[in-house]
Design a protein around this ligand. Structure first.
Ligand code: SF4
Length: 377
């Protein structure tokens, strides 16, 4: 049996944030009932190919999965468990935006078997939230975390974004303090990146909004390392911190290059050298599944050299590090001297500065940089 991660993509959102390039849509709620049925139908279509698998993690992401009513999310997990061999003690995560949940809905999700809640907090500064076009105010995050605790969630992640225009170091520090005060088990903090095909990307290209300042973002990253580290969170991947034992098992699977199955519009899958991805537009995805065809939109096969490079790239994103075999000792010495790598019994581990400069680290250690698998949500 092989351990596999299951990703389930829900592409619906209440509104569309200007910076977002995920496969997510506002105003398609009328498709939701068909879409939930299609997820189960797709699972049935692909299940025979995964007969030797046991699913150790499930991640229901998006989009905003909690735009679906609790009844649909209860049924979805029950149907997936009936179709696919999902471990009884699997880590089952659901993503949510604070304004889409309350104690009642979270209690139903917890009772249905969702064990880990990932909340899109992003910031505790209402100016920053407005710039991001988020649909919640800072108080909503605290309300959602407290509701999650009362509903029985003992594994909560808060997603944060830093480097938004108008956000200074003091604002970011307050966001980190407010995050820590809520006591989540896990924190993900991402530097805002400008995607050209988004409304924000076009505004930046037209000079209407400034691009993030990489020096300010580097300072913000260092603040996150400092404050989260001092509060007992272990920095285990470029953008992820966790209390010991609460590292996200699902995402660790991606970084360890374990196989994963993606269900839903645009979801990616990987097994051995093969990678494939589903049709991205929800209507095209639905049409394919409803016609009884796996909704595959494309596929590729990696060479053994590409696999080796990808493994090294992914491991350098984490504190698990890489074995020194095959690396140029002079290059390694230079990276150790520059404070980007440290030697440990397990191999070469990126320092916090090395994680910040992971792309430079990878370029120095490998002749070319392969693509990381997509993680939507
Ligand atoms: S950032 Fe999140 S909530 Fe906003 S549109 Fe994208 S997926 Fe939806």
């Amino acid at each position: 049996m092989i351990a596999v991660g299951l990703y389930v993509h829900v592409p619906f959102c209440r509104t569309r944030c200007g910076y977002c390039d995920f496969n997510a849509y506002a105003g398609l709620d009328d498709l939701a009932p068909r879409y939930v049925r299609a997820l189960a139908a797709e699972a049935s279509l692909v299940a025979p190919a995964w007969g030797d698998a046991r699913f150790t993690t499930v991640f229901v992401g998006g989009g905003t999965p909690t735009t679906l009513p609790p009844t649909s999310l209860e049924r979805l997990l029950a149907e997936l468990r009936a179709i696919l061999p999902i471990d009884d003690d699997a880590e089952v995560t659901i993503e949510a935006n604070p304004e889409t949940v309350d104690e009642g809905s979270l209690g139903r999700l917890r009772a249905a078997g969702y064990r880990r809640l990932s909340l899109g907090a992003q910031s505790f500064d209402r100016v920053v939230l407005a710039r991001l076009e988020r649909g919640h105010d800072p108080d909503a995050v605290g309300r959602a975390v407290r509701a999650a605790r009362r509903a029985g969630f003992d594994n909560v992640n808060l997603d944060l974004i830093y480097g938004v225009d108008g956000e200074g170091l003091a604002s970011w520090r307050e966001t980190l303090r407010a995050t820590i005060a809520l006591g989540p088990e896990h924190v993900s903090a991402y530097a805002l990146t400008i995607e050209p095909a988004t409304p924000l990307g076009r505004q930046v290209a037209d000079g209407l909004r400034p691009a993030p300042d990489p020096d300010v973002q580097a300072d913000m990253y260092e603040q996150a390392c400092e404050l989260l580290g001092a509060a007992g969170y272990r920095h285990y991947e470029v953008s992820n911190w966790a209390r010991p034992g609460f590292e996200c098992r699902h995402n660790l699977g991606y970084w360890r290059r374990h196989p994963y199955l993606g269900l839903g519009a645009g979801a990616h899958s990987a097994r051995g050298p093969a990678r494939w991805w589903n049709l991205r537009p929800p209507r095209a995805y639905l049409a394919s599944v409803e016609a009884g065809s796996p909704p595959v939109g494309g596929a590729e096969e990696l060479t053994s050299e590409q696999i080796e490079l990808e493994e090294r790239f992914l491991r350098l994103r984490t504190r698990e590090g890489v074995a020194p075999d095959g690396l140029d000792p002079a290059v390694v010495d230079g990276l150790v001297d520059a404070g980007l790598l440290e030697r440990a019994p397990a191999g070469l581990i990126p320092t916090e500065r090395g994680l910040l400069l992971v792309n430079e680290l990878v370029l120095a250690l490998v002749p070319q940089r392969p693509r990381a698998p997509a993680t939507a949500g």
